[in-house]
Design a protein around this ligand. Structure first.
Ligand SMILES: [Zn+2]
Ligand SMILES: [Zn+2]
Length: 345
């Protein structure tokens, strides 16, 4: 099998260009210290940081925009384009504009936790699912996961032990992802949505990463910034990536691949079923491994680093991994890795 290089980074970050606490140099330093290979800044309705793009030690800084839809009817997390896109337009117009400029777009925090959903207290959720042409959705938004568990009584716990408030992707979001995957390719990403308030950028950058799998290596050199930038965006666009809650354990080394008689591919890729396909999940730590298709678990194995499953029908097959770890005082299987699907046709 082709060798892939695993680069972990953070997506969806706010600076003082919108409602974040710190300026770009401080934030990029935090990303350096947290060991992130890339960081995608996305301030609300502005592309101001774009001129700051580049390599900063071992972190490549890329700049996108979190575009407000209508009067706050959703947020579209877009990147890989050069001229700022105006907010407050219809969702389809916004998606089309990103596409026209050759960018990539993700529906940000599509849902809230049910309690907040009912009262619409915290976050903006996505309202229009009739849209087409977006690249993907945020499967797991770390800040929303954290904040949505706050009540007036528990906020000190939440600030002191944020991990106690982390649940993983919302089941509604995963359900929607599986629904969408029946008809099209939809990339799943993990995002931190970091603002720096009450939770330092550095600490948050050590939590939820989106790992990119590249066939080529990044150069880490300013002279080749443009080439490296396109490699990062290419991997995101193809879905050659997985998200993982690395606070529990570093997921680097995780692989999800599929093989037929002719070739072997990885997450985000397509493969022909004709001669039969074998899916393989491998993890760096023993865990609970699952293969999901159409919202159903079609294979599951406990306390293992390897799951192999032969399949006979087309569809989008994705992998989930749960790691036995403490959440507060409870030892249980916690959401750890969510892989992009392999598309079998
Ligand atoms: Zn948002
Ligand atoms: Zn945001």
């Amino acid at each position: 099998m082709t060798m892939y290089h695993d680069y972990a980074g953070v997506i969806h970050i706010h600076s003082t260009y919108s409602d974040g606490l710190k300026k770009i140099p401080d934030i990029i330093q935090a990303a350096n210290e947290a060991g992130c290979n890339y960081m995608i800044l996305s301030d609300h309705d502005t592309l101001k940081g774009l001129s700051k793009e580049g390599w900063y030690n071992n972190t490549i800084l890329l700049v996108g925009e979190e575009i407000t839809i209508g009067e706050d009817e959703g947020h579209y997390l877009a990147m890989g384009f050069e001229s700022e896109i105006a907010p407050h337009n219809r969702p389809q117009e916004t998606i089309d504009e990103v596409k026209k400029q050759g960018g990539i777009g993700f529906i940000a925090h599509p849902y809230n936790k049910s309690y907040f959903d009912d009262f619409n207290i915290t976050s903006v959720k996505w309202n229009d699912w009739n849209v087409i042409g977006f690249n993907g959705i945020e499967i797991w938004n770390y800040s929303h996961d954290w904040i949505d568990n706050f009540t007036p009584l528990n906020f000190l716990i939440g600030l002191s032990w944020p991990d106690n408030f982390i649940d993983g992707p919302l089941s509604k979001t995963l359900k929607k992802w599986d629904e969408l995957l029946r008809y099209q390719k939809i990339i799943g990403i993990g995002s931190v949505d970091a603002h720096g308030y009450f939770y330092s950028y550095k600490k948050m950058f050590e939590t939820l990463h989106t790992h990119l799998l590249l066939e080529k290596t990044l150069t880490f050199q300013s002279a080749f910034f443009k080439k490296d930038k396109s490699l990062v965006y290419e991997a995101l666009k193809k879905g050659n990536c997985y998200l993982s809650y690395d606070y529990l354990a570093n997921a680097a080394g995780f692989m999800y691949s599929a093989k037929n008689m002719q070739k072997e591919v990885i997450m985000g890729d397509e493969l022909n079923i004709r001669t039969g396909v074998v899916l393989t999940i491998s993890t760096p730590e023993p865990a609970l491994l699952k293969v999901i298709k159409d919202g159903q678990i079609i294979a599951e194995k406990n306390n293992t680093k390897l799951l192999v499953k032969k399949i006979n029908e087309p569809g989008a097959y994705r992998a989930e991994v749960y790691l036995k770890a403490f959440r507060g005082f409870n030892l249980k299987y916690r959401p750890w890795i969510f892989s992009n699907p392999i598309y079998i046709y």
